[in-house]
Design a protein around this ligand. Structure first.
Ligand SMILES: Cc1cc2nc3c(=O)[nH]c(=O)nc-3n(C[C@H](O)[C@H](O)[C@H](O)COP(=O)(O)OP(=O)(O)OC[C@H]3O[C@@H](n4cnc5c(N)ncnc54)[C@H](O)[C@@H]3O)c2cc1C
Length: 402
C-alpha cells in the first residue's frame, strides 16, 4: 500500500495516454501513468498504421480535422523520422468506381490547399504507360490513377517512443496496473489501483481517462457519478498475407460495398484493412471475424489478380481494434473521427475523458487536455516543449517493417 500525490493520473498507455503523460511531464507536472496490460496493448497497436491527412474525411466535410492531421503529419515527420515515413499512395479510379476522376482531382486539390501547398501534399496523375509498373494492379476498366503522399508508422513503436520520452521527462509508469476507483472531493481526486498484487492509493489534482474502448468502464468507477458520452464501438480488422507489393500503398474501394480499404506493404507481408463491424461484446474480447477476413481477401484478389486463387489459408495473421464513435444515426463511415474531450464539470473540470480520435493527432489532443485541466493544476516550471523533442526508436520494435 502506497500513497503519493500527483498533478495528473492518466489511465491507459495507448497513444493518447502516452501523449498526455509526455506533454504534462514536459510542462513540469507530476504524472502517474497507469496501464493494465502493456504499452499500446489496445487500439494503438491495431490501427492501419497511417499518419495521414485523412483524404477521405473531405467527403464528410471534416475540413478542420484534415487540416489538423496534415499539420501533425508534417510535425511527426520531423520529430520521428525513423518512426514516421512518407510513402507514395496510389488511388486508382475504375469504370465501376463510385467516384469520377474529376472528383478525386478536386479532392486532392483541396487536400493540397489545406496542406498549404507544401511539397508533401503534391499529387499527380500516373500516365497510362506506367500502370504496368503498379505491382500487378488490375487494369481492366481502369480510367485513371492518382498518386499522392501520406505517411506510414509502426503504431506500437510510436506509442512506446512517446512513453519513453514521458519517462525521461519524469512520468511515473505503473504497469501492469489496473485503475479501480476514484472519488472526487472538494480539493483532490482519491484514486485506488491494483499494482504488484496489491491495492495502492494516491491522490491527484486531476484524473485523465484515456482508456480508449474501455473509457466508459473507467468512468463508471468514478464517484460522484460523472457524465459519460453514449458511444458505439466499431471493430476494424486487418489481415496479413505473405507476399510483396512494392513500396506503394493502394487506396482502394471494396468492390462489394465501395468502402475504402488500404493495401500496404508490411515487411514480408501485405497488410489489408480495414473493416467497420458494429461491436457489442467486452472490449477485451475483440478478435477478427471470418467474414471480415474473407471480405478483405476479396479486395486483394479483385485488384491484384495474382492473388485470385488465394484462400483464407493464405492469411498469415489478422488483428482487430475498436474505434470509439459517438452514438448517432447515419452510417458508421461518416461519423466524426474528431477527438471528443468530455469533463465532469465544464467550469472546473477534474475528471476528463478522451473519446475516439486519431493516432495522427495525439500531440494536439494532449495539448488540449492539459489546457482544459489548467484550473486545477498547480504552477510548475516547464522542462521542455514537446514540439522540439525528437522521438527515438526502441531497438526491439518492429519499425524496420515499413
Ligand atoms: C481499425 C482502426 C484503424 C485505425 N487506423 C488509424 C490510422 O491509420 N491512423 C490514425 O491516425 N488513427 C487510426 N485509428 C485511430 C487510432 O488508432 C486510435 O484513435 C488510437 O489508437 C486510440 O488510442 P487510445 O490511447 O485512445 O486507446 P488505446 O490504444 O485502446 O489505449 C487504451 C489503454 O487503456 C488501457 N486500460 C483500459 N482500462 C484500464 C484500466 N482500468 N486501468 C489501466 N489501464 C486501462 C488499455 O489496456 C489500453 O492500453 C484507427 C483505429 C482503428 C480501430
Amino acid at each position: 500500500m502506497t500513497s503519493a500525490q500527483y498533478d495528473l493520473v492518466v489511465v491507459g498507455a495507448g497513444i493518447q495516454g502516452a501523449g498526455i503523460a509526455q506533454a504534462a511531464s514536459a510542462q513540469g507536472y507530476r504524472v502517474l501513468l497507469l496501464e493494465k496490460n502493456n504499452i499500446a496493448a489496445g487500439t494503438s497497436s491495431r490501427s492501419s498504421k497511417l499518419i495521414h491527412g485523412g483524404l477521405r474525411y473531405l467527403e464528410s466535410a471534416q475540413f478542420s480535422l484534415v487540416r489538423e492531421c496534415l499539420n501533425e503529419r508534417a510535425r511527426l515527420l520531423e520529430l520521428a523520422p525513423e518512426l514516421v515515413k512518407l510513402k507514395p499512395f496510389y488511388f486508382p479510379v475504375y469504370q465501376q468506381s463510385s467516384r469520377w476522376p474529376w472528383q478525386l482531382f478536386c479532392g486532392l486539390t483541396l487536400y493540397k490547399i489545406l496542406g498549404r501547398f507544401k511539397k508533401n501534399v503534391a499529387f499527380k496523375t500516373v500516365s497510362k504507360e506506367k500502370w504496368q509498373t503498379l505491382d500487378g494492379l488490375n487494369l481492366k476498366g481502369l480510367k485513371a490513377v492518382y498518386q499522392y503522399w501520406d505517411a506510414q508508422t509502426d503504431d506500437k513503436a510510436l506509442t512506446q517512443a512517446v512513453v519513453a520520452s514521458a519517462l525521461e521527462l519524469g512520468t511515473t509508469l505503473h504497469l501492469p496496473a489496473t485503475f479501480l476507483h476514484a472519488k472526487v472531493t472538494s480539493n483532490e481526486v482519491k484514486i485506488e489501483y491494483h499494482y504488484q498484487g496489491q491495492s495502492h492509493h494516491c491522490t491527484a489534482a486531476t484524473l485523465v481517462n484515456a482508456a480508449g474502448p474501455w473509457c466508459n468502464e473507467v468512468i463508471k468507477k468514478v464517484l460522484p457519478p460523472s457524465p459519460q458520452l453514449q458511444i458505439d464501438l466499431v471493430q476494424g480488422t486487418h489481415i496479413l498475407v505473405k507476399g510483396k507489393i512494392g513500396d506503394h500503398i493502394f487506396y482502394l474501394e471494396s468492390p462489394s460495398d465501395q468502402r475504402p480499404v488500404f493495401v500496404m506493404p508490411w515487411g514480408e507481408y501485405i497488410m489489408i484493412g480495414t473493416t467497420e463491424t458494429p461491436f457489442k461484446g467486452r472490449a477485451d474480447d475483440v478478435a477478427p471475424q471470418t467474414q471480415e477476413k474473407t471480405y478483405l481477401l476479396e479486395v486483394l484478389s479483385y485488384y491484384f489478380p495474382q492473388f485470385r486463387s488465394a484462400s483464407t489459408a493464405r492469411i498469415d495473421s489478422a488483428f482487430a481494434g475498436l474505434r470509439v464513435l459517438p452514438t448517432e444515426s447515419g452510417s458508421l463511415h461518416n461519423r466524426t473521427r474528431d477527438t471528443l474531450i468530455h469533463v465532469d464539470d465544464p467550469k472546473e473540470p477534474r475528471i476528463l475523458t478522451v473519446y475516439g480520435g486519431k493516432l495522427t493527432t495525439y500531440r494536439l489532443t494532449a495539448e488540449r487536455v492539459i489546457k482544459r485541466l489548467k484550473k486545477h493544476l498547480p504552477v510548475r516550471d516547464w522542462k521542455a516543449h514537446v514540439t522540439e523533442i525528437k522521438l527515438k526508436t526502441n531497438v526491439s520494435s518492429d519499425a524496420s517493417l515499413f
